[in-house]
Design a protein around this ligand. Structure first.
Ligand code: PMP
Length: 464
């Protein structure tokens, strides 16, 4: 018997209740009626009480791109760890070298991979690169980093300082100086009366902030190509291209946070690749190893890398003096190589695009049936629906209604994603982001279950 399986279910639940401090959740799993999961295979999950679920949330937070139970990834990790489990990444190792080369093959224009272990950390590295370039090239003046309303970039204090979600930030200040917010580009809730050329107009709002702050003080802009936790917001035509051009014009680095969008989630290797743009820095985590190991990457152009090399003898400390103990070691890149191999072998990028289209079409049909669905949006398998009281006022529904749909789906054995209950701002948005190996039958199951949940909710509301 393994060290884990020697305990009874009752003991596990008691240990959890007494000692585990759950993320984003007050109280224990038991207090909140939340499952303790024990097994996964493909998109199927089982909890400790034997209940089975179809997971349309990729592990709750867009992680398990290749699905559960992938023996090839587990074998790749275990073979690597038996050969060598650790040495600090100042030195070289085989899987880190191989994965970097495979990754760069998918990212024309990019050339260097800096490893760490989480999305927040990958963004921290990007911010440190920008700050150090500011010192090396601009006498410390180009230190400001602009971030966008509603985008999330992580949990550490600097990543939170770059996050445009007030309820995530609440009670955690003071924040790091020189992070400045600019308005979002959210066509469904446009700032303008007229939405013609909305993308270009919204990008102009970013340029306005660069001009206000002074272009010689702004080092970088960070954006999620498709906003995930802030409400599954896809950029309209022309927006990201205009953002890229404005950044170039003002000599501002463009950082794209692909922590959610990366590795096929949106139907291309990277979300930004839908929009014909060339970033300077790209960060990624989650789908890089689909949750089999903790790995994240900060990928840069050769130009950014060169800016951070020691330039001459007067600048002995001028290289990027950064380390994370587990970055690039060794389970992470070993898992990432095997994960990428599965994505390629099983054509999961194409499947993500195709199944995502099916899901969007099905959700659009539900929207015509249920007026509470105000908007359906997404790309590939990053899809969301926004619930409103009516389509004219677009007033967000009370969060209890979104919770009710989530709970009805769970009751019927379907796990969808939901912005956390503490989010007064976005608690009317639900998301569906199954693993990229989802089948047509599973997409149908997701749609049928949602249809039933909305139908039941309609009955509840008429009876209330
Ligand atoms: N960026 C984005 C877009 C994210 O959604 C997240 C996590 N949800 C992060 C960064 C932070 O990643 P991590 O939790 O791995 O630090």
């Amino acid at each position: 018997m393994s060290l884990i399986n020697e305990y009874t279910n009752h003991e596990i639940k008691t240990f959890d209740k007494d000692h585990v401090w759950h993320h984003l959740t007050p109280g224990s799993a038991a207090d909140n009626g939340l499952p303790v999961f024990v097994k996964g295979q493909g998109l199927d999950l089982w909890d400790i009480d034997g209940n089975q679920y179809l997971d349309a949330s990729a592990g709750g937070v867009w992680v398990t791109n290749t699905g559960y139970g992938r023996k090839e990834i587990v074998d790749a990790i275990s073979e690597q760890l038996l050969d060598l489990n650790f040495f600090a990444s100042a030195m070289g190792n085989k899987p880190a070298a191989i994965f970097a080369s495979h990754l760069i093959d998918k990212m024309p224009g990019m050339n260097r991979v800096f490893y760490s272990s989480s999305g927040s950390e990958a963004n921290e590295k990007a911010f440190k690169m920008v700050r150090q370039i500011s010192h090396k090239k601009y006498a410390g003046k180009k230190s400001k980093i602009l971030y966008r309303e509603r985008d999330y970039h992580g949990t550490t204090i600097a990543a939170l300082s770059a996050t445009g979600q007030s309820q995530r930030r609440d009670q955690f200040g003071p924040f790091v100086p020189d992070f400045v917010e600019f308005p979002h580009c959210f066509e469904y809730r446009s700032q303008f009366e007229e939405t013609v050329d909305y993308g270009v107009k919204a990008a102009q709002l970013m340029e306005d902030v660069i001009l206000q702050e002074g272009p010689d003080t702004v080092g970088a802009v960070i954006i999620e190509p498709i906003t995930a936790g802030g409400g599954i917001i896809t950029p309209p035509e022309g927006y990201l291209k205009a953002v890229e051009q404005i950044c170039k014009k003002h000599n501002v680095l463009l950082i794209l946070d692909e922590v959610v969008c990366g590795l096929g989630r949106t139907g291309k290797w990277f979300g930004y690749q839908h929009y014909d743009i060339q970033p300077d820095i790209v960060t990624m985590a989650k789908g890089v190893a689909s949750g089999y190991a903790a790995i994240s990457c900060t990928v840069t152009t050769e130009a950014v890398y060169k800016d951070l090399q020691e330039s001459d003898n007067t600048d002995k400390l001028g290289y990027f003096r950064d380390i994370s103990t587990y970055g690039g070691c060794l389970a992470g890149p070993a898992a990432a190589i095997a994960n990428m191999n599965i994505i390629e072998k099983e054509n999961l990028i194409e499947n993500s695009a195709k199944m995502g289209d099916l899901l969007l079409v099905g959700l659009q049909e539900l929207k015509t049936k249920y007026p509470i669905i105000g908007d359906v949006r997404g790309k590939g398998l990053l899809v969301g629906i926004e619930l409103v009281t009516d389509s004219t006022s677009k007033q967000p529904v009370d969060e209890t209604l979104a919770i009710s749909i989530f709970a009805k789906c769970k009751q019927a054995g379907l796990l969808i994603g939901r912005t956390n209950r503490s989010f007064a701002e976005f608690n009317n948005i639900l998301n569906m982001s199954p693993a990229l190996c989802v089948t047509e039958a599973q997409i149908q199951q997701i749609l049928t279950t949602l249809d039933q949940a909305f139908s039941d909710l309609t009955v509840d509301l008429t009876q209330a």
